[in-house]
Design a protein around this ligand. Sequence first.
Ligand code: ATP
Length: 932
Amino acid sequence: MSTQPRAATRASTRAKTSTVASSTRATRATASKPATATRPAPAAKKTTRKPLVSRDNTADFVAAAAKPVSKPKTTRKACTTDEDTELEPIMAYLRIRPDLSEDEPTSSPYLLPLSDTSVRMRDPNDQQNPSRFRVSTTPSSIYTFSHIFPPRTSQSDFFTKTTLPLVRDVLQGQNGLLFAYGATNSGKTYTMQGGASAGSAGILPRSLDVIFNSIEGLHGSGKYRPVRLQGVELADKTDSVPPPVTPEPGLAEVLGLHMDHSASDADIDPTVLKLDRNYEYTIWISYAEIYNEKVYDLLDSVQQDSAGGIPRSNSGKSLLLTRKALSLKPSPLSDSVDSGITGKYISGLRQFRVHSASQAKALVKLGQLHRRVFGTLANRESSRSHGMVIIKVVRGHRGERDDPTALQIARLTLVDLAGSERTKHTHTTGERLREAGNINKSLMVLGQCMEVLRSNQRKVAASLAQEDADGRMDTREVKRGLAVVPFRHSKLTEALMDYFVGDARAVMIVNVNPYDTGYDENSHVMKFAALAREVYVTPAPAPLQRVPGGGKAQGSAGKHSPPEATPKPRSRKVTISTGGPGSGKKPSEAVLEVLEEDEGDAEESEDDEPINPLVDALFDEIEDLRMQLFESEMRCAIIEAEVREEVIHEMEERMATMEKMYARRLMNEVAQNELKTDAKIDMLHQSGLFGSPVKRARPPSPIRHDDIAEQEDVEMSLVEYGTADDMTSDDESDRGRSLSPLAGKSRPVKQETPRIIREVREFVPDPPMLPSDTEEAELTESEDGTMSSEADAASDSVSATTGSEEESDDADYDDEEEADEWGPSAGKTPRAKAKPVPQRAASPIPAPHVSKLERVMRNMTLRTVDPDDSVVVVPVKKFRERKESPEHDIGAATQKKKKRQLAKKAIVTEEEIERAVAKKDNVRRTTGGFRG
Ligand SMILES: Nc1ncnc2c1ncn2[C@@H]1O[C@H](COP(=O)(O)OP(=O)(O)OP(=O)(O)O)[C@@H](O)[C@H]1O
């Protein structure tokens, strides 16, 4: 018994390298295609072995996305290595879904195409609120694709540029894989299958059209049928039975599902490819679904009973649907003459020979219907599974019709992947969580496979470069250093592995919906695409077949294939009611039973390779351990993502709270400053230095009440604020610390003379300060209207006592109209009370006292209200300086005019002050209020 490990395990270790390709393939490939430029060696970067990095593949992943791609562009440009193996990168095409809402787009898309091949993606959160705290790893990234298709691209154009070359290849005997990747609702199904309107047929029906258009008149006899991945065997009479094209009677009606005969059915792509007419072709179709890590046949989903209808369950009331999970088996090496690499095939997957495009389309539609049926039964969307249509083209030379070894089997697999959104966004539990986990798992494993492939290819390229330099290379060393590609970690990658390690072309369609889909999901999709673009595949023609024993139907080399073992009925039953009360259907019609049989254990039965049980067991052990590691990494990744999310959320909340807190503090500061200013003005009024006797005599102004109330508000709010901010000091200390010097003295201001005014009065006794009748009248007139004149008056009063000659200037404030604003009595009362100034010059204030008063006055500010209602704080000093400026000497008329203007500017009427206070209240309300 050979000690060779079995093929499946070995296959998983064979990352695509230039060294594994056989010379036969290389020669043929070179013959079938024009010689191409030598591939620039991928970055000779040392990559550490990281086969199982699970989360976005972290640094490499991001680096790959961010790195400017210097790989061949849109057009296919194969590359060769030193061993003449042609390699080309996976083609990645970006398709941007149009905005389908009828209204104007609510949000601008965060994808901006920069050219035909590059697109900028910017985090909309950063755009909307740049200051917002957010951990954004890649706020703006540029991604490069083979080609970018804008929203308005027609289905026909898209097909021609992305898929037609693959169809040509498959008709020339070369394998091709096309898969659509993207978040839910991004347009994958639309791209693959098409829409309902005319001209919207998708890639799948168009491919079928082109294939049948092109092989018109070149149909083969169908003597041989394809088996497994690339084997053939003699066909039997079952292969001549036409494929089913209509759903089981009763099935669609029960579930309310119908074959979808949309307008796009009438679309027929007229493209014809020119083929070598020495060959003839037969076309075979299969349709599989991978759901919850199980593979199902969508063309064999409904088991018929002998009567041809859907059988009833034992109860007789429900319909019984049965479908069986299929297993993946390694394709035997003996299936082909010169293949050194193998993959896995879906054992038991039915395939039908189709003779026309319409027949093929009907078959595919039936598969889609079954996909929907089982999706409905499992209470899920069909998009939760991966749909895989496999078109096999058997090509044989007309001159060698009876020579099965001259046949070539080429496969075109079109995959509509499940939505790529992550588990944490689906908010699912139980079965749905498992489903979401499995979808993510298979897509995550796909990403991991890409990454390991890329890393291995870089290592090989680096060693080739080394060889060039040194002239020698130990390939065994290089191979030993290559990581195992984890294809076996998911059914999806297992089923597709031969496209990556075998001979095939691969195309990836990246569907993005920048309107409804979240940035994070699409960012993940783009990173995946960037990674996939760096993986190289070998687009060589499929090998010729080996059919020993004169072409008799057989399953493997030299042995007659035993009929596939029927798996033991390890089935599970799913009973789902889709009807009942409220559904408009009788419950008995709506109850269905689904028997989903697990795959059998016959996996190894067809392996041709001799197996060393010890090696096999060790490999299995390794795989198990890897699986466990992978699962724990996945769990960690999910937990990490959740923790990150939580931390971000918490930080955002904290930042918002801090922002609020500082805004309130700022407002309090402003309010306090205003209060201080108000209080100073009030003090001047109280002292009589700033207000007229009229004002002093008048009843307390409501404004003052407002101010007091407002100050109390502020105090209250500050106390509350202190509590909210965990300020532990008591109210008293808070008040003493945080408020203005006048805080808490608002009421006393009314009742007792403030300290500062007492000081003023002390130094400037009332009687001597009062002006003479004439002067008083003048002053009253000016004081009534203007705060500046009050200041001037006050200072003038002081100046007068010190023998200043500014009295004459103050006389210029004469203005009867302004004086009348206070009413006739207003002016009279104080005049009546006014006492003559007997000895102004005789009672001078001592110089030091005057200077102290001056200092007090200079430090005060005046709060005035402009005619345009804006509050202006003007230092008293400024008025004084203006007054003292040389301009005062230029003629009495000019001076008077200037002063009047100045006075007007500084007028504060009672209404205006009220308005200002109201405005302040308003501000307080809009900023949250001091009362909280
Ligand atoms: N290029 C396009 N032009 C017009 N309509 C589109 C286009 N792409 C997608 N749509 C529409 O957008 C909707 C969602 O598309 P689709 O069902 O193909 O998304 P999906 O990615 O397959 O979603 P899921 O993963 O859920 O299956 C459909 O109504 C489809 O008709």
